[in-house]
Ligand binder design. Structure first.
Ligand code: NAP
Length: 306
């Protein structure tokens, strides 16, 4: 068994699996802050990153280019491996991170959803899987070219079985690099808090091909039902449940806001429907929570061919 080598003040070595909208942004910010960053990607993307680095355009963090290392597979020990592929690519991408090489490193998935931590814990050291939820909108416009458009980037880092000092060291590095990062003690609450907003937002904007403002105005009854159903499932799973607060959050967003699932649908890419809607329905079934409106929505989206 290897032991980790970091202290709060160390320069970290961080692998980033999936240097896209979120992974590319975090890789570039960490590199700019002085950490060693190894991006793990397909052959072509890895070549591009080695040659050109990662170019970021961000109102919040500025426009800059950061040098990174890049490989198709993890070949050495790191302090943490950030996982930022889409759920639909997770299984294929994980073959680039052999458990024996990863050893004692933190495994930090930024994926939306609530089921991936269990599958990562089955594959890697359970006590090193530290899920993160990120609030930001960031797009990979081309390999190694990232546009971060939101005037905020906030990370909630969690992981019930992960030692506090490991979470704190990574949170400190991320926070100093740019995104406001907080460690949260309750993993279930953290992941369900994110899904409770995201699921209604993603499912309804994608189903109706409308931005959030039109959904909350023209499909308000349906939105309210999905928020209430999601909150009931979250409560049954041990997460937060405050439908009125969630609806108020919807009302506070700029009307033109689109979800990433909606953008994937517009671009003809596979949807993270199973990781978001599917996971919600499975949790509802496990706990006997009725979710008729969400069930119809997920079924309709599944029938659209994505
Ligand atoms: N983007 C956001 O604003 C945002 C916000 C919150 C949460 N999230 C969540 O974060 C996760 C990542 O989303 P994203 O928008 O950053 O995705 P993305 O822009 O599509 O980036 C995914 C990256 O994964 C890479 N990839 C795909 N298959 C791979 C494989 N087999 N091996 C190695 N790399 C592979 C892609 O490589 P190529 O570059 O070579 O195609 C791409 O760089 C999702 O779960 C999403 O829901 C995203």
């Amino acid at each position: 068994m290897t032991t980790h080598r970091t202290t709060a003040n160390d320069r970290l070595t961080v692998a980033v699996l999936g240097p896209g909208g979120i992974g590319g942004l975090l890789a570039a910010l960490l590199s700019r802050a002085g950490h060693r960053v190894i991006c793990l990607a397909g052959d072509e993307t890895a070549k591009t990153l080695r040659t050109n680095g990662i170019r970021v355009r961000s109102g919040l963090f500025g426009d800059f280019t950061a040098e990174v290392e890049a490989d198709t597979e993890l070949r050495e020990q790191v302090d943490a491996c950030l996982i930022a592929v889409k759920a639909t690519h997770l299984d294929a991408a994980l073959t680039r991170v052999p458990p024996t090489v990863l050893g004692d490193a933190l495994v930090v998935p930024f994926l939306n959803g609530v089921e991936h931590p269990a599958s990562l814990r089955a594959r890697y050291r359970a006590g090193r899987v530290a899920p993160a939820a990120i609030r930001a909108e960031s797009t990979r416009v081309a390999p190694g070219e990232i546009e971060h458009v939101t005037p905020f980037a906030e990370i909630d880092l969690t992981g019930d079985p992960v030692p506090d000092d490991r979470l704190d060291a990574l949170a400190k590095a991320l926070d100093a690099a740019g995104p406001t990062t907080k460690v949260h003690a309750d993993e279930t609450a953290t992941l369900w808090a994110k899904l409770s907003f995201l699921a209604p937002f993603a499912l309804l904007t994608t189903r109706h091909s409308l931005p959030l403002g039109d959904v909350r105005t023209h499909h308000r009854a349906e939105l309210t039902s999905v928020i209430e159903e999601t909150a009931a499932v979250s409560r049954a799973c041990g997460g937060p449940a405050d439908p009125e607060h969630l609806l108020a959050r919807f009302d506070a967003f700029p009307p033109g806001t689109k979800s990433s699932m909606q953008r994937d649908a517009e671009a003809g890419r596979p949807l993270e429907l199973d990781a978001i809607g599917g996971a919600l329905l499975r949790a509802a079934e496990r706990h006997g929570v009725p979710v008729p409106v969400t069930t119809s929505l997920v079924r309709e989206l599944g029938n659209t061919g994505h």
